[in-house]
Design a protein around this ligand. Structure first.
Ligand code: ADP
Ligand code: ASP
Ligand code: MG
Length: 435
C-alpha cells in the first residue's frame, strides 16, 4: 500500500491512514514525503548549487519550523512530542551541515531523501504512541538500481527478505518510497513521483496479492484533471493501457510504475485516501475494449527532423540514426518516416547538442523544443474501421506535428506544440468523451 504526498500531507491525514492499514492482512506500507517537502528540498539543493548558502539556510529553517508544528499536532503526549522534535532536529541539522561545505551531485540526493526518511519516521512514531506494533524497514537497505538506473531485482529480493526476517511476519511494515541506492551504494532516487515505482518494485519482488496506490483522487481518469473539467474515472485498465498512459504523462502513476506489476501479473489498484470506500481503478492483464478510453499528455519533448537524399531507397539508414541515440543512452519516444526523412522525439535533452551534431553527418537536421506528446488510448485494432477520424475532427484547429498509429493496438500518439496542449486535451474531452 503506497500513500502519496497528500495522503501524508498533514497530521490529520497521517492519523486518517491508521484505520486503512490496521486490518489483520499482512502488508507493507510505502510512504512518500509530506506534500511540498520534496519540492522544498529540491529548491534548497538548487540554492546550494548556486552557492547561496545563506538563502538555503533560511529555507531549511522554514521547513524545520513547519515540521516542528507537525510534531506538535501529530502526537498526544509530551513524551512523544519531545522525541518527535529531536527526530526533526536530527534530520534538519544533517541537511544544514551541507551549507558549510562545497556542494556535489551526490549530496543533492542525500538531501532530497530526507523527505521520505522524515515522513516514515514520524508515522512509525505515531503508531508507537498508539500502541500499534510496526517495523520500519529502511529502503536504503534493500532498494537498489543498477548501472543503467533499472531496479536490481536480484539484490532487492534478497535484501528485502533479509529485512523482513528481522521482524515477526504479522507485524505491520513501513518503508520509504522514492529513495534507493545506486550501483556505487550511494543514496539515489527513482526520480520524481518514484514512490509509486517503489511500491510496484517491492510488490513484484515479494509477489504480493495486490499493489495499491493510494492518492488524492478516486482512480484513473479519462483525461488530465489538472487541465480538463468533467473528467471521469475508468474502473478497469489493462497493464498495457495503464503503462502507456503513465509513460505519456498521466501524473497519477510514475512512468515506469506499471512495469514490475505487469511482469509478475500482480493487480494494481488505485484508491483515494480521501474517499476510501470508492472502488477506484483496477489494473490487470484483462483488457476491456472501448473506442476511446483515456488521454494523457507529456511535455518537455524535443523533435529531431532528419532529411537525407541518402535515405531514399537506402537500407541501413535508420540503423545509423538509432545508433546515435543509443550511443547517448537517450530513449526515443515517437518515430515517423517518409521517403526522404525521419522525425524522432526524445524527452531527455541532456545530450541534445551532441546528438544533433552526430545526426548532421547523415543529413540536414532540424531541432524543435517545447513539444508535447498527446497519447490516446482506446481500441485501435488495425482491422477495425471508423474510430480514429473523430480524433482528427476534434483536433482540426490544432497543428499536428507528428502522428503515430499502428505501433500498438491500443494507442495513438500525436505531437503538438506545448502551447496548444490544454486546448487539445479539452477538444478531445468534448469530442471523444462527449463532455
Ligand atoms: P501522489 O502525491 O499521491 O503521488 P500525484 O500528485 O503524484 O499524487 O498524482 C495524483 C494526481 O495526478 C491527481 O491529483 C491528478 O491531478 C493528477 N492526474 C493527472 N492525470 C490523471 C489521470 N488521468 N487520472 C487521475 N489523476 C491524474
Ligand atoms: N516525494 C517524491 C516526489 O515528490 C516521490 C513521490 O512522492 O512519489 O517526487
Ligand atoms: Mg505521485
Amino acid at each position: 500500500m503506497k500513500f502519496g504526498g497528500t495522503s501524508v500531507g498533514s497530521p490529520e491525514r497521517m492519523k486518517a491512514l491508521i484505520p486503512l492499514i490496521t486490518d489483520p492482512e499482512k502488508k507493507i506500507v510505502v510512504l512518500s514525503a509530506m506534500s511540498g517537502t520534496t519540492n522544498a528540498l529540491v529548491e534548497i539543493t538548487d540554492l546550494l548549487y548556486a552557492d547561496n548558502a545563506n538563502e538555503a539556510s533560511l529555507k531549511i529553517e522554514i521547513l524545520r519550523e513547519k515540521y516542528h508544528k507537525v510534531v506538535d499536532e501529530l502526537y498526544d503526549s509530551e513524551e512523544f512530542r519531545t522525541t518527535g522534535h529531536e527526530l526533526i532536529n536530527s534530520h534538519f541539522d544533517y541537511i544544514n551541515n551541507f551549507t558549510l561545505r562545497v556542494f556535489t551531485k551526490l549530496q543533492e540526493k542525500a538531501i532530497v531523501a530526507q523527505g521520505e526518511l522524515i515522513s516514515t519516521a514520524l508515522f512509525h512514531h505515531l503508531l508507537k504512541e498508539r500502541n500499534l506494533k510496526s517495523a520500519l524497514l529502511p529502503a536504503l537497505n534493500f532498494m537498489r538500481i543498477d548501472k543503467d538506473g533499472e531496479p536490481d531485482y536480484f539484490y532487492i529480493e534478497e535484501n528485502i527478505n533479509r529485512e523482513l526476517r528481522k521482524h515477526p511476519a504479522d507485524t505491520l511494515k513501513i518503508t520509504q518510497g522514492f529513495i534507493c541506492r545506486n550501483v556505487f551504494g550511494e543514496t539515489d532516487n527513482l526520480k520524481r513521483g518514484g514512490s509509486d515505482y517503489s511500491a510496484s518494485i517491492i510488490g513484484a519482488a515479494l509477489k504480493v496479492r495486490e499493489i495499491q496506490i493510494w492518492t488524492d483522487i478516486s482512480g484513473f481518469h479519462n483525461n488530465d484533471p489538472r487541465f480538463v473539467e468533467k473528467t471521469s474515472v475508468i474502473r478497469e485498465l489493462s497493464f498495457d493501457e495503464a503503462a502507456e498512459l503513465a509513460y505519456f504523462g498521466a501524473k497519477i502513476l510514475h512512468p515506469s510504475s506499471v512495469n514490475p506489476a505487469r511482469e509478475k501479473n500482480i493487480a494494481v489498484r488505485l484508491k483515494n485516501t480521501m474517499d476510501p470506500e470508492d472502488e477506484g481503478t483496477l489494473i490487470t492483464s484483462n483488457s476491456v475494449l472501448l473506442d476511446y478510453k483515456a488521454v494523457a499528455a507529456k511535455d518537455g519533448i524535443t523533435v529531431f527532423r532528419i532529411k537525407s537524399a541518402r535515405m531514399l531507397m537506402a537500407y541501413g539508414f535508420l540503423r545509423k540514426v538509432f545508433e546515435i541515440f543509443e550511443a547517448y543512452k537517450t530513449p526515443i519516444d515517437m518515430v515517423t518516416t517518409s521517403e526522404v526523412g525521419v522525425s524522432l522525439t526524445i524527452d531527455n535533452p541532456q545530450y541534445l547538442d551532441e546528438i544533433a551534431k552526430d545526426l548532421r553527418e547523415l543529413g540536414s537536421v532540424e531541432v524543435e523544443k517545447d513539444q508535447t506528446i498527446v497519447c490516446i488510448v482506446g481500441d485501435f485494432r488495425t482491422e477495425k474501421t471508423g474510430s480514429a477520424p473523430e480524433i482528427f475532427t476534434a483536433l482540426n484547429t490544432i497543428p499536428l506535428k507528428m502522428i503515430s498509429y499502428g505501433g500498438s493496438q491500443n494507442s495513438l500518439s500525436l505531437l503538438i506544440d506545448t502551447k496548444n496542449k490544454t486546448q487539445a486535451l479539452r477538444l478531445l474531452s468534448k469530442h471523444i468523451f462527449n463532455n
